[in-house]
Design a protein around this ligand. Structure first.
Ligand code: GDP
Ligand code: IMO
Ligand code: MG
Length: 423
């Protein structure tokens, strides 16, 4: 039995969906613990491609039970669309997808406030899915939760109070027209019936699974450097993708966790604003984007690309305690003569002892690189570590040493079968 937390180790889009799908053949339960439909987790097999936003990637394995924890913010419209899309691919979620009663809802005014804040205030480059405003309401104790949908009177009263308050903000802060309370109440009351069959006591479900000796995979969204506490604040998301978020976001206690795995892209990408020390604004950056198809799975935005940052990964390992890492997208480096790895940051020749999480300093650092030889051949069809070219092994050993963490999985393509375990 194992209870594994799977954390995105960089700025998101590391290939979490693919690795969750791969591992979930050995797990009975997969649970999402934070974020919302800002996530885009891609899984490819049998010539089909699925992009999951809210539903755990384990749903593609018919025997896996999936849970959406209290730490996730749920847009009922996005959820229903996703359920519908899956059913069109003959994937039935009924009886094996469960949602925490304590998860907060994303309402239309959250999406509106997200876009207004982006267009008038400091731009973060959000996904526009209403994530920040929904978590603001949660923390300010005004949020509406899944459980509220079950009682029409409670739901309507909370919704009315929220919309009345938002209307004042919309008018006074953004000079925006008011929202029609009745319209939203009518539209959202409909979800009580639709969501009802999915609602479950998730801490109890997980505790029972542990008791029964089942294995549980906790699927993080986003990445460690987008964490609201440990990331590159304020250019972060509004939740905790880091390891602690898995416990608070599901109700599974820390002493039940047996394993923590970091998902690590063989280079670095970032979507949205914020400092990115190893970003490449040259031909190499363009080449990474092109070969790696680095375009957002949720918004389609081109991802910013850069070299692997081992200094950042060290910090990520420090706050998450990875027992091992899965290296993804190794094949994207196949055609590079030279591959750079950042091993330190400096400003005016002075090296940093620890990762600067304040954007003021992080924007000024100069990355210190070690240059490795590329392997200049395709790794896409390789199925075991031993068969990798020696220079590829050198690259993997180098980053494993730099981040002081063993590599347990290597991914050499988007498909399920393009992956192997390292013993
Ligand atoms: P996530 O948000 O962490 O689940 O990652 P995304 O799905 O947003 O982005 C990862 C992208 O890389 C997806 O298009 C995957 O299909 C693709 N991918 C995953 N692993 C590999 C790999 O090893 N090689 C290549 N070339 N693509 C990969
Ligand atoms: P997955 O799970 C990459 C980024 C946005 C923006 C910041 C805040 O697919 O790895 P938000 O909408 O969350 O308020 O935006 O976070 N961001 C992601 N970047 N992958 C993601 O998810 C992301 N989810 C949010 O681009 O910079
Ligand atoms: Mg993604």
């Amino acid at each position: 039995m194992s209870v594994t937390i799977l954390v995105g180790s960089q700025w998101g889009d590391e290939g979490k969906g693919k690795i969750v799908d791969l591992l979930s053949s050995n797990y009975q339960v997969v649970a999402r613990y934070q974020g919302g439909a800002n996530a885009g987790h891609t899984v490819e097999f049998d010539d089909k491609k699925y992009i999951l936003h809210l539903i755990p990637s384990g749903i593609l394995r018919p025997d896996v039970v999936c849970a959406i924890g209290n730490g996730v913010v749920i847009d009922p419209v996005a959820l229903m669309n996703e359920i519908e899309l899956l059913s069109k691919s003959n994937i039935d979620v009924h009886g094996r997808l469960f949602i925490s009663q304590n998860a907060h809802l994303i309402m239309p005014y959250h999406k509106l406030l997200d876009s207004l804040s982006e267009s008038t205030g400091k731009k973060i480059g959000t996904t526009g899915r209403g994530i920040g405003p929904s978590y603001i309401d949660k923390v300010s104790r005004k949020g509406i939760r899944i459980v509220d949908l079950l009682d029409r009177k409670v739901f309507e009263a909370k919704l009315r109070a929220n919309i009345e308050e938002k209307n004042i903000i919309l008018k006074k802060v953004y000079d925006h027209s008011e929202l029609n309370v009745n319209e939203i109440v009518e539209q959202y009351l409909e979800f009580d019936r639709k969501i009802d069959p999915f609602i479950k006591d998730i801490p109890l479900l997980l505790a029972q699974a542990v008791k029964d000796g089942k294995s549980i995979l906790l699927e993080g969204a986003q990445g460690a450097l987008l964490d609201v506490d440990h990331g590159t604040y304020p250019f972060v998301t509004s939740s905790n993708p880091t390891v602690g978020g898995a416990c608070t976001g599901t109700g599974l206690p820390p002493n039940k966790i047996t394993d923590i795995m970091g998902i690590v892209k063989a280079y670095t990408t970032r979507v949205g604003e914020g400092p990115f020390p190893t970003e490449l604004l040259d031909e190499d950056g363009e080449k990474l984007r092109k070969i790696g198809s680095e375009f957002g799975a949720t918004t389609g935005r081109p991802r910013r690309c850069g070299w692997f940052d081992a200094f950042l990964l060290n910090y990520s390992a420090l706050i998450n305690g990875y027992n091992s890492v899965a290296i993804t997208k190794l094949d994207v480096l196949d055609e590079f003569d030279k591959i750079k790895v950042c091993v330190a940051y400096e400003i005016n020749g002075k090296r940093f002892k620890s990762f600067p999480t304040d954007v003021e300093r992080l924007s000024l650092v100069t990355p210190v690189y070690v240059t490795l030889d590329g392997w200049n051949c395709s790794t896409k069809n390789i199925t075991s570590y031993n068969d990798l070219p020696s220079k590829t092994k050198d690259f993997l050993s180098f980053i494993s040493r730099e981040i002081d963490t063993p590599v347990s999985i290597v991914s050499v393509g988007p498909k399920r079968h393009q992956t192997f375990f390292v013993n």
